[in-house]
Design a protein around this ligand. Structure first.
Ligand code: PLP
Length: 284
């Protein structure tokens, strides 16, 4: 396994950054996860576009030109002989003596790792996953894909301890924002596909955007709006989307069965359409 750190390709176990890296000191950095399916990067352009936006919002300079980053990514896929894998890209404001203010002339840190993955077992697609709801305790710029992830770390652990795959976070109005590492979708009791609209309250998932695009292409109607936990509990279907899970059916929320307790047809159809959009067979 080969990692990339600031201009060098190094064996994964020997890769390191400075102890005064601002990613380590302040979580002053951003990241992207891109899934490689059958040797191809899924939604690469979307992820790089969002990375550019995250950097801009935090005034972190590009460590290398976007075109160079693309070349490094291609090289990482090649050097790791990645077929089914997760590519992780992190950019921080760089190493500097510890001080809250931005360093003058920062040299941002670029780290890329590649990890082979076996995709989730088919049982997850057949049975669906359980989610539990929890208060959304994050900051107000959730649209930035920052490496500051403590609320999600806490949330995922809580979900795991409750026997659930994912946590759905809920705002002060009782509306679901999103999953700890995914976007949340329902098909309402009336059969309408609903997912929350992009705003500072959620991360605008690249998989989310692609699924909306394929829904549009297929003439599947949808609403981008918040929904409450009560509405989700009464839904016909529910699912999550993310780069690592694509789209996974949700069949239990807070221990309560959704619909007939089996993965629903619209979620299944959208997953299939998304895999077609990627131009690959579903690895599950
Ligand atoms: N929302 C949050 C909070 C996430 O962390 C993620 C992905 O990790 C997503 C949504 C899904 O985004 P994407 O589809 O770009 O992976």
């Amino acid at each position: 396994r080969i990692a990339y750190v600031n201009g060098r390709y190094v064996p994964h176990g020997q890769a390191s950054v400075h102890i005064e890296d601002r990613g380590f000191q302040f979580a002053d950095g951003v990241y992207e996860v891109v899934t490689i399916v059958a040797g191809r990067l899924a939604d690469e352009q979307g992820h790089l576009t969002r990375l550019a936006r995250s950097l801009k919002e935090l005034s972190i300079p590009w460590p290398v030109k976007p075109r160079t980053l693309r070349m490094i990514i291609t090289e990482m896929v090649r050097r790791n002989r990645a077929v089914n894998a997760q590519l992780y890209i992190q950019i921080t404001r760089g190493a500097a003596p510890r001080d809250f203010r931005f360093p003058v002339n920062p040299a941002p840190t670029l780290v890329i790792t590649c990890r082979r993955t076996a995709f989730q077992p088919p049982a997850l697609l057949d049975k669906g996953i359980a989610v539990v709801t929890m208060p959304d305790i994050r900051w107000q710029r959730r649209d930035i894909k920052s490496v500051s992830l403590l609320p999600q770390v806490m949330g995922k652990q809580k979900a795991h301890e409750a026997g659930a795959f994912e946590g759905w976070m809920v705002d002060d109005e009782g509306q679901v924002t999103e999953g700890c590492s995914s976007n949340a979708w329902i098909v309402t009791a009336d059969g309408v596909l609903v997912t929350r609209q992009p705003s500072n309250a959620i991360l605008n998932g690249i998989t989310r955007l692609s699924i909306l695009e394929v829904a549009r292409e297929q003439g599947i109607g949808f609403q981008e709006r918040p929904f409450t936990v009560a509405e989700a509990l009464a839904a016909r279907e529910a699912f999550i989307s993310s780069a690592t899970t694509f789209a996974l059916p949700v069949t239990r929320i807070d221990g309560q069965m959704i619909g007939d307790g089996r993965p629903g047809p619209l979620g299944r159809r959208l997953r299939r359409a998304y895999m077609d959009h990627l131009g690959v067979a579903d690895p599950l």
